[in-house]
Design a protein around this ligand. Structure first.
Ligand SMILES: [Zn+2]
Length: 272
């Protein structure tokens, strides 16, 4: 009996050591296990949209109609009617183009609409300590899901992206996903995901893009944060960092279409 127990103990010890080893090697994966989304059944976001409580702040008109942002980042800008607009977040042109093209890759005119799916990715950014403004610098495409749901499936990929983002001296400041052709809002599942991000960093943001809202007057996306106590969401007033005239966005994306589809943008006559 005693021998059996000590044998079991030694097995336990070996297992313990192995576990410790794994933790050492893959600490990141362990940390970000927290973020792991539970296996969920396919959720109908549209029906949850109807049941969700609409926060008051949702009516705020944000900056999507403002076409060009100056390079200089200002915490406050004057709107056309003279009121001060406080912007707490800026997003780079690069991040916008990446998230829009990723969304279009899985929901474009070459794909039957019933096969369009959502995409998901991570937002990489930095905070300007002087004014506390978040700058979303880049977007890291992670994966795609179903017509109404996308999640990061493999958390080793999350850890890989984490390291890549850290190398760029940025950090994961939120996530982005697409709602191909059904508008920008936060579903209950989205609030659940956002809650996880905000628990890791309380100022994390959620970007939701519907590429079919990009029409020359809208950038097609909203940036949200959740109120964790009321489980509601509200849009943030964002600015575009750099000089992007959103009137040009449809044309730029149209030009990028072959790239999105993995083809050359154009061929020389000699190449034909
Ligand atoms: Zn969603």
């Amino acid at each position: 009996m005693g021998e059996k127990n000590s044998h079991i103990d030694s097995i336990k010890e070996t297992i313990k050591l192995k576990i410790k080893d794994i933790i050492k090697k893959e600490l990141l994966e362990e940390i970000f296990e927290e973020l792991k989304l539970e296996e969920k059944e396919l959720v109908n976001e549209i029906s949850s949209m109807i049941s969700k409580k609409t926060p008051e702040k949702q009516t705020i008109k944000h900056s999507t109609t403002t076409t060009t942002k100056s390079q200089t980042i200002k915490a406050e800008e004057k709107s056309t009617n003279g009121d001060k607009i406080e912007r707490e977040v800026y997003i780079s042109v690069k991040a916008i183009l990446k998230v829009a093209s990723h969304a279009l890759k899985y929901a474009n005119s070459k794909i039957p609409k019933q096969n369009w799916v959502e995409v998901i990715g991570l937002l990489a950014g930095k905070v300007d300590n002087k004014n506390d403004i978040l700058h979303i610098e880049d977007y890291y495409p992670m994966g795609h899901g179903t017509a109404v749901y996308a999640e990061i499936k493999d958390y080793r990929n999350y850890a890989r992206a984490f390291r890549d983002i850290k190398k760029q001296k940025l950090f994961i400041c939120g996530w982005a996903h697409s709602h191909p052709s059904y508008g920008c809002f936060m579903s209950n599942e989205d609030i659940g995901t956002q809650t996880r991000y905000q628990k890791l960093w309380n100022k994390s943001v959620a970007l939701v893009i519907d590429p079919y809202l990009i029409d020359g007057t809208s950038a097609g996306f909203e940036i949200y944060r959740a109120d964790l106590t009321t489980k509601t969401w509200y849009p943030l007033v964002y600015g575009i960092q750099g000089s992007l005239d959103i009137r040009m966005l449809p044309e730029i994306l149209n030009f990028m279409n072959p790239i999105i589809e993995g083809k050359a943008v154009y061929l020389e006559y000699d190449e034909n």
